[in-house]
Design a protein around this ligand. Structure first.
Ligand SMILES: NC(=O)c1ccc[n+]([C@@H]2O[C@H](COP(=O)([O-])OP(=O)(O)OC[C@H]3O[C@@H](n4cnc5c(N)ncnc54)[C@H](O)[C@@H]3O)[C@@H](O)[C@H]2O)c1
Ligand SMILES: [Fe+2]
Length: 381
């Protein structure tokens, strides 16, 4: 038996933030990062709360990649404040931190059911609708994906007004994270008709609107579309899970602080090539891996289909490389100029072992072994 559930009520479109004034909770803890708390954007959140006469406090000690030490401070804050609801505002880091803070605080003192309203300010992780939170043990250089239905937000507010200020490089990274979620969910061993429908729509939107949002951050239509695509991809992978790209990207994030979406964008062409296994002898095409059909459907959705499935996948890989190039995402780690070859190569074996143990890798369509993963990491250099 399979099940498909959407727990989160999604408010979207113009004036979606009005939900903050309408929600039936009186005492609210807003969790966000310092960039948002100290800038003009916080007014878009606190304005409706003030207007509706709600009591609120702002905890703004969140930093990228949800490190455990900041989560502990957040747990203390929540237990002092004892809010009726949490409003999590920010990118994946702020929303994941909020999920972990609520989870751990209520394990210590279950004083009430405390709903979470997730308000994403990047169009990337889909964390507003997923039962995942990625937390980071900075001392051990390890990222832990937490998975539990209790992490899922009760409500999500998708208001594109909040993403207008995202700079082009973060639009690029987070947008490629959306594409990676949708593609990995689509080819996952756990894919189903519901997750596939959501992933297909997300891929179609990314194909049309990501570059537009990158080139003109004030293109509200493109921003709105990408915000919805991010959520659709989140719903898709919440059901179907992800794959090797994410399993490997988590290690690049933990070891070298490469932003999550950027690591995915760089790895994705390599992982598709590995999964589809299309560069073997072209005379034995009937033996191609089952994922070839699904990758070629993705190429078709993006308008890249060619006269046979293998050529379509080659076009898909080239298209992802062109997208990265157009959005100034480096193709190789060596181009980043921040990591030495020795430093990188010395971590390859350890990263490969951790990537194989990562929960996301379990649903990759082609079973990966350590040698193959090490080869991909080396090729990425
Ligand atoms: N829970 C999940 O399902 C899930 C899925 C994928 C990734 N993740 C995790 O999410 C994290 C990445 O999240 P992210 O890609 O959204 O980035 P992020 O939350 O780390 O934010 C990146 C940067 O963008 C800034 N920013 C956020 N909103 C902005 C805005 N509107 N204008 C200008 N700057 C803004 C932040 O201050 C930060 O400096 C990683 O830790 C990753 O592991 C979680
Ligand atoms: Fe991701």
């Amino acid at each position: 038996m399979k099940s498909f559930e959407i727990k989160t009520k999604i408010h979207f479109g113009d004036n979606a933030l009005e939900r903050l004034a309408q929600m039936p909770y009186q005492r609210v803890l807003v969790i966000t990062d310092p960039f948002i708390a100290k800038g003009p954007m916080i007014e878009l959140i606190t304005g409706p709360l003030k207007q509706a006469g709600k009591e609120f406090e702002v905890f703004c000690d969140v930093v990228p990649d949800a490190p455990l030490e900041k989560i502990i401070v957040g747990v203390q804050k929540m237990l002092e404040c004892r809010p009726d609801a949490i409003v999590a505002v920010g990118g994946g880091s702020a929303i994941d931190s909020s999920k972990a803070i609520r989870e751990f605080a209520l394990k210590i003192d279950h004083y009430a059911e405390v709903p979470m309203i997730a308000v994403p300010t990047t169009s990337g992780t889909g964390s507003e609708v997923t039962s995942f939170a990625v937390v980071n043990d900075t001392a051990a250089h390890t990222k832990y994906p937490l998975v539990s239905p209790s992490l899922t937000a009760e409500e999500a507010i998708l208001d594109a007004e909040l993403v207008r200020s995202v700079p082009p490089s973060i639009t690029a990274d987070t947008g490629m994270d959306v594409l990676t979620h949708a593609i990995e969910a689509y080819v996952s061993t756990d894919h189903n008709e519901f997750s596939s429908a959501l992933a297909e729509k997300s891929i179609e939107i990314v194909g049309v609107f990501l570059l537009r949002a990158f080139l003109d951050g004030n293109d509200t239509h493109a921003r709105q579309k990408m915000h919805v695509a991010s959520c659709l991809a989140g719903l898709a992978f919440n059901s179907a899970s992800l794959g090797l790209t994410h399993g490997m990207a988590h290690q690049l994030g933990a070891q070298f602080k490469i932003p999550h979406g950027r690591a995915n964008a760089m790895l994705l062409p390599h992982v598709i090539e590995y999964n589809a296994d299309i560069y073997k002898d072209s005379r034995s095409q009937t033996e191609y891996h089952p994922s070839v059909k699904r990758y070629s459907t993705i190429a078709h959705i993006l308008g890249l289909s060619s006269y046979n499935k293998v050529m379509s996948i080659r076009s898909l890989i080239r298209w992802i490389q062109f997208m990265n190039q157009d959005m100034k995402i480096p193709a190789r780690i060596s181009e980043m100029g921040t990591i030495t070859v020795n430093e990188y190569m010395s971590k390859v074996e350890m990263m490969a072992e951790a990537a194989l143990a990562d929960a996301c890798t379990a649903t990759n369509p082609r079973k990966a072994d350590k040698e193959a993963v090490m080869r991909i990491y080396r090729n990425l250099w």
